[in-house]
Design a binder for this molecule. Structure first.
Ligand code: UDX
Length: 455
């Protein structure tokens, strides 16, 4: 059970089981989960932890071979332990054969990627390929986990000639996906069939028994809730990021402003942290896909559109501010980037602010040294000219400005004196407002956060 886990915030130190045996499902199901990315692997593992018999399927043979050895392809706190314990206890297995897995299952979740194509449309080719293979299995309950434009589930239903379709979007965040699965705010089930709803209720019983609400909707509403939620959160972040810029101009403190706003329950305190611009696998892609759905329906979502543009502009301003901080020099200036992942506790770099910043700085002839506790292997191919370092101190050596982009816990406990002694010019730009400004200033750093009053 969760309370038995030693946890600090989102991070599990030790996560052998999230549920006690008596908390597992009474009515268990045989489940296939197609796709072993962040969503599919977490979902399959957590459903196994709920007591179901789960086969996770992927076309990537190497990935499956490694998973069979208990090696997980992503950095996700707590997941590895759960993969191992559920595999050992015989509830979780892996396969490259969708047909063989489907044969043994009554419920099949599709959790393959739906990236944005060059026109801003969700690319559904991987999903439709899976649906094609599942045609002979149309008597199974097919659940669409992947984020898909409104109307996709109905289309899949017509393709399969089946009533047994569920839209069950995922709401967990990378970096605390296991925690979010077991302690999330809601389960959304879009389904027109009472048999399908019953299976979903049984699958998620260990969560609903503990009070997690399950909302039953139409297929279309469920698909829409996912996009609407992500776009709303993106708007919220873009809003606070814009306010942070204004706060700086008028000498207000965005942290105080966000705290004051958050006290109003209608606004809420979450997702009001200014940063270097939102990234990740969902917000950038889902906002653009939602705009595309609106366009196809001859509508303009001006607020979502503004958030997308505002986020791009905010990222550009982070670059401009970095450039402004650099002291003029005859030789190449050196910038240290701490954090490459789009946020802490993940190795995911998709749409991370680091990517744009590195290319813009490099195109100005600036040398980049970088350190990230988990994500460096993902940026190496894209940016071979970056000097990747073993730790923050090595990354800071000889640098003219240190830009903190990701709020990794370890960056909060750096030895500031050591950092100062190693840099060429002691300038810090903390784009997450997580460092102790007073301490850095006391050590002689020129320090800037985001949206904070100037000293
Ligand atoms: C998001 C949704 O939260 C989740 O419900 C959905 O299923 C998938 O998309 P995720 O992309 O994992 O999850 O990350 P999230 O924690 O939501 O952060 C997204 C981006 O917003 C990150 O770049 C993060 O740094 C940024 N962010 C978040 C802020 O800049 N400020 C905030 O206050 C919150």
């Amino acid at each position: 059970m969760l309370r038995q886990l030693l946890s600090i915030g989102c991070l599990f130190l030790h996560a052998v089981h999230a549920l006690a045996p008596e908390e597992r499902a009474q009515n268990t199901h045989n489940v296939t989960v197609v796709g072993t990315g962040y969503v599919g692997l977490t979902l399959g593992t957590c459903l196994a932890e709920c007591g179901h018999q789960v086969i996770c399927v992927d076309i990537d043979e190497e990935k499956i071979a490694r998973l069979e050895q208990g090696i997980i392809p992503i950095y996700e706190p707590g997941l590895s332990d759960l993969v191992q314990s559920n595999t050992q206890e015989g509830r979780l297995s892996f396969s490259t054969s969708l047909e063989q897995a489907a044969e043994k299952s009554d419920t099949i979740f599709i959790a393959v990627g739906t990236p944005t194509d060059e026109n801003g449309k969700a690319d559904l080719r991987a999903l439709f390929k899976v649906v094609e293979v599942l045609k002979p299995f149309h008597d199974r309950l097919i659940c669409i986990k992947s984020t898909v434009p409104v109307g996709t589930c109905n289309y899949v239903k017509s393709q399969l000639g089946s009533e047994q379709i569920v839209s069950n979007p995922e709401y967990f965040r990378e970096g605390c996906a296991v925690k979010d699965f077991f302690e999330g705010d809601r389960i959304i089930v879009g389904c027109d069939s009472s048999d399908g709803i019953k299976v979903m209720q049984e699958l998620y019983a260990p969560l609903t028994d503990k009070g997690m609400p399950m909302l039953i909707t139409s297929l279309e509403s469920s698909e829409m809730i996912k996009y609407a939620s992500n776009a709303f959160l993106a708007v919220k972040i873009a809003y606070i990021n814009e306010l942070s810029q204004l706060c700086e101009k008028v000498d207000a403190d965005v942290l105080e402003v966000a705290k004051g706003m958050g006290c109003d329950r209608r606004i809420g305190k979450d997702f009001l942290k200014p940063g270097p611009g939102y990234g990740g696998s969902c917000f950038p892609k889902d906002t653009v896909a939602l705009l595309d759905v609106a366009k196809s329906n001859e509508l303009e979502l001006q607020i979502v559109d503004a958030a997308v543009q505002s986020n791009e502009e905010h990222k550009r301003k982070i670059y401009e501010r970095t450039i402004q901080k650099l002291p003029p020099m005859h030789e190449a200036q050196v910038v240290t980037i701490l954090g490459l992942a789009f946020k802490a506790n993940t190795d995911d770099i998709r749409y991370s602010s680091a990517l744009g910043l590195i290319s813009a700085l490099q195109s100005k002839g600036i040398s980049i040294k970088a350190y990230d506790p988990a994500a460096m292997h993902h940026t190496q191919a894209q940016f071979p000219d970056v000097v990747y370092c073993q730790d923050s101190y090595e990354a800071a050596e000889g640098a003219d400005c240190l830009v903190l982009l990701t709020e990794w816990e370890e960056f909060l406990h750096l030895d500031v004196a050591r950092l100062k002694s190693t840099m060429r010019t002691p300038i810090v730009f903390d784009t997450r407002n997580v460092l102790d400004e007073a301490e850095y200033r006391a050590h002689g750093f020129s320090f800037e956060g985001i949206g904070r009053p100037k000293h």
